[in-house]
Design a protein around this ligand. Structure first.
Ligand SMILES: Cc1cc2nc3c(=O)[nH]c(=O)nc-3n(C[C@H](O)[C@H](O)[C@H](O)COP(=O)(O)OP(=O)(O)OC[C@H]3O[C@@H](n4cnc5c(N)ncnc54)[C@H](O)[C@@H]3O)c2cc1C
Length: 247
């Protein structure tokens, strides 16, 4: 994991609501503890205290903060796999407090606005980018931002409508969603299909050289995207990745 880790501090955050944001995918909204600061794109460790059940993986998971720093609540979104941690998070009453460590990680937007940012998200890997994009919109940041967002079906894609709206409010943002398993979908789709590859990037970017690339998602997706970028001639120094270990 990343550098820039601040010393661990214990915060307590109260669960406010659970919202289904895609098939099998829930966003958990928490009260933002006093003094909890973070940068868009960072993550935090959440620990369940006295959960109804536990298993060998323990009571702590790392999640990217999907909400933006300007907001007064904290949102985490996750695929609700059938593990003790997630069954517990789904079952505990609203108002339950979880322990939260200080935000960590350096998966944050680069400073130089003359360099474009290209975000490549696989499924739930959208969470850090959702925070970055909403903060950039809020702050009217001048960076040119591209999001390539890959899911199996629209039903599986968290925050799809919010991202479309961001493209309307931020003139510097271009959103390209792609679906890899449309035959299994019940929804219409007029956008890109298939995995993100060099051809898809070149249909939307003027050049592959120049931007800083950010990849987030399950480890296999991150490995595949990095290899694709390098094979397409992107300098490794321009690639940053957040591996959602555990998927
Ligand atoms: C920096 C960072 C940011 C992250 N951000 C997020 C985020 O925003 N959202 C998010 O959801 N996750 C995020 N993760 C991953 C998260 O920490 C968990 O590892 C992940 O959600 C899996 O937790 P779990 O309880 O489902 O599985 P765990 O109980 O942790 O199980 C881990 C292992 O068990 C196996 N396993 C368990 N269940 C299944 C299953 N149903 N199918 C196949 N294999 C299974 C897998 O091999 C997996 O490696 C992040 C991780 C990191 C390091």
């Amino acid at each position: 994991m990343a550098a820039q880790e601040t010393p661990l501090a214990g915060y307590r955050a109260k669960l406010l609501s659970r919202v289904e944001v895609a098939d099998g995918t829930t966003a958990f909204h928490f009260e933002r503890p006093a003094g909890f600061d973070f940068k868009a794109g960072q993550s935090a460790d959440l620990t369940l205290q006295s959960p109804p059940e536990t298993d060998g993986e323990g009571n702590t998971r790392t999640f990217s903060i999907a909400s933006a720093p300007f907001e007064n609540k904290l949102v985490f979104a996750t695929r609700m796999r059938d593990t003790a941690f997630k069954r517990s998070l789904k079952a505990v009453p609203l108002g339950t407090e979880v322990k939260m460590d200080s935000a960590m990680g350096s998966f944050t937007l680069h400073k130089n606005p003359s360099k474009q940012a290209v975000f490549l998200a696989g499924g739930i890997g959208i969470t850090p980018f959702f925070s970055i994009l909403r903060q950039a919109d809020h702050d009217r940041m001048p960076h040119k931002l591209y999001l390539f967002y890959s899911n199996r079906r629209p039903e599986d894609a968290p925050f799809l409508d919010d991202l479309r709206n961001l493209e309307r409010t931020n003139p510097h943002f271009r959103f390209v969603a792609t679906m890899t398993e449309m035959p299994r979908s019940q929804k219409p789709w007029g956008g890109e299909t298939g995995t993100i590859d060099k051809g898809m990037l070149l249909r939307h970017l003027s050049s592959l050289e120049g931007p800083v690339y950010y990849i987030a998602g399950p480890p296999a997706m991150v490995t595949g995207m990095r290899a694709m970028l390098v094979a397409s001639g992107v300098d490794e120094d321009d690639i940053r990745a957040e591996d959602f270990a555990g998927y």
